[in-house]
Unconditional design. Structure first.
Length: 193
């Protein structure tokens, strides 16, 4: 029930705030959302996680909530893709560069795209992978760091050598005080007559 209340509060905050930026965004379809009608005791807001556990109306509602939330975070909805807005609106770049496609930082598709670029760049670091990905990922550095931390090849390269076991104490004849050459170790090769 707590999740329903949190989602309801977020929706109320969303619809209370009005600004010029919101007017530019594509509004969701005219649907009155009443979260008390949800059949789930827990509502996560992600429609993919709700599959199979709820009714079709809940899935549609979750989709609207997610799209509204993403649109509120300065996003645009174009051809069923959520694109991020940034300050490059008046630049001479093409629209693909001005408005990169938004990907959630913990999605499966995001993980696959990061791993693809990671292999393509021969296991380069975060600083090389982030600009190579032409999508907008919130907290992108953290998402890339989390994803590439599971690479087994890199774990092998970063592995430390096997630690030697603790050395035993030397024998007493070595540590006791004695005259020079009283104790002698002799290395030899071959037969001695």
């Amino acid at each position: 029930m707590r999740y329903k209340d949190d989602a309801e509060q977020k929706l109320e905050q969303l619809f209370k705030r009005k600004s010029k930026e919101q007017e530019k965004l594509i509004p969701p379809s005219n649907v009155t959302v009443n979260l008390s009608q949800l059949s789930l005791p827990i509502f996560s807001g992600d429609p993919r996680q709700c599959r199979g556990r709820n009714h079709t109306s809940d899935y549609t509602l979750a989709k609207i909530v997610v799209l509204t939330r993403r649109q509120y975070v300065k996003g645009r909805l174009q051809s069923n893709r959520v694109r991020s807005n940034n300050r490059l609106e008046y630049s001479e770049l093409d629209n693909e560069s001005k408005y990169p496609i938004y990907l959630p930082n913990k999605g499966d598709l995001t993980k696959l795209i990061i791993l693809h670029q990671y292999d393509k760049l021969y296991h380069a670091g975060i600083a090389h992978i982030l600009p190579a990905i032409r999508f907008w990922i919130p907290k992108g550095r953290a998402a890339i760091k989390y994803t590439i931390s599971s690479c087994m090849a890199c774990k092998r390269w970063r592995a430390k050598p096997f630690n030697l076991p603790p050395m035993p104490n030397p024998p007493g004849s070595r540590v006791r005080r004695s005259r020079s050459f009283e104790q002698v170790g002799l290395d030899y090769l071959g037969p001695i007559d």
